[in-house]
Ligand binder design. Structure first.
Ligand code: NAP
Length: 242
């Protein structure tokens, strides 16, 4: 059995990634923070794709919760390891910096960067021992370009891009690849409330992307065919910013 963990797998892009990896033959560990009902729906879709999975609810920004969940899984699967990790969990709390509460600055960074550290640090060693692993980090156009109203989110996503490049160089010899995906506007709960009609005029493809389109890219980066791609950021944005 091959295992993949997708953080924030209960909804949006994470859910589509869970389904894609299930189609590729992975048993899926679906992480969510609170939305157990949506995570169970993802599990149902994974089963419809012909694989099984389980829901692991924990807050990626909480080191103790993450350790408890991962160690509990490792204890019940002593012979196995998680070979694909998709660090997808994320939130946005937009505001211009002059009005941004400290809590909104920290929460966004804690989930994206703290979450990356907490989960990756625990799963990395088994990947190195088995000499195979795939780590895919969900960045954003905001982390490449910087977007006004998103200094916290841009800082977090820019940080994850730098972490991707650094870690990739640490582990490449062990056949573990580390890449980032940088979506533009993708139709999920996260973009609800944005003015889609106005924003799509800025996108050369003239539309928002779908979670399934992002999942195809993640699936490729997770595949054996992507074995010589590491330390990269792949944009998927309809031509918005390249
Ligand atoms: P979404 O629909 O809002 O889903 C967010 C997911 O993250 C949910 O599964 C949520 O779990 C989970 N999550 C949030 N905080 C968490 C925490 N502390 N611990 C564990 N899980 C947590 O978002 P999305 O649009 O699919 O975004 C997925 C990723 O893509 C994010 O990293 C986002 O920044 C990035 N991205 C999105 C877009 C876009 O346009 N949508 C563009 C660029 C980048 P619950 O269901 O339990 O709340």
């Amino acid at each position: 059995m091959k295992y993949a963990l997708v953080t924030g797998g209960s909804r949006g892009i994470g859910r589509a990634v869970c389904v894609k990896l299930a189609q590729m033959g992975y048993h899926i560990l679906i992480n969510c923070v609170s939305n157990q009902t949506e995570a169970e729906k993802t599990l149902e879709l994974v089963r419809q794709a012909g694989q099984d999975g389980e829901v692991l609810a924990f807050d990626v920004s909480n080191r103790q919760q993450t350790c408890d969940a991962v160690e509990a899984w490792q204890t019940t699967h002593p012979e196995e390891y998680i070979e694909v990790l998709v660090n997808n969990a994320g939130i946005r709390r937009d505001n211009i910096l002059a009005f941004m509460p400290a809590e909104d600055w920290s929460r966004v960074l804690d989930i994206t960067l703290g979450g990356f550290y907490n989960v990756t640090q625990l799963l990395l060693q088994p990947m190195l021992i088995h000499k195979f692993g795939r780590i895919i980090n969900m960045a954003s156009v905001s982390g490449l370009k910087g977007l006004p109203g998103q200094t916290n989110y841009s800082a977090a996503k820019g940080g994850i891009i730098a972490a991707t490049k650094a870690l990739a160089q640490e582990v490449a010899r062990k056949n573990v690849t580390v890449n980032a995906v940088a979506p533009g506007f993708i139709k999920t709960d996260m973009v609800e409330g944005l003015d889609e009609a106005a924003l799509k005029k800025l996108i050369p493809a003239n539309r928002f992307g779908t979670p399934e389109e992002v999942a195809e890219l993640v699936g490729f980066l997770a595949s054996p065919q992507a074995s010589y791609i590491t330390g990269n950021v792949v944009s998927i944005n309809g031509g918005l910013y390249t």
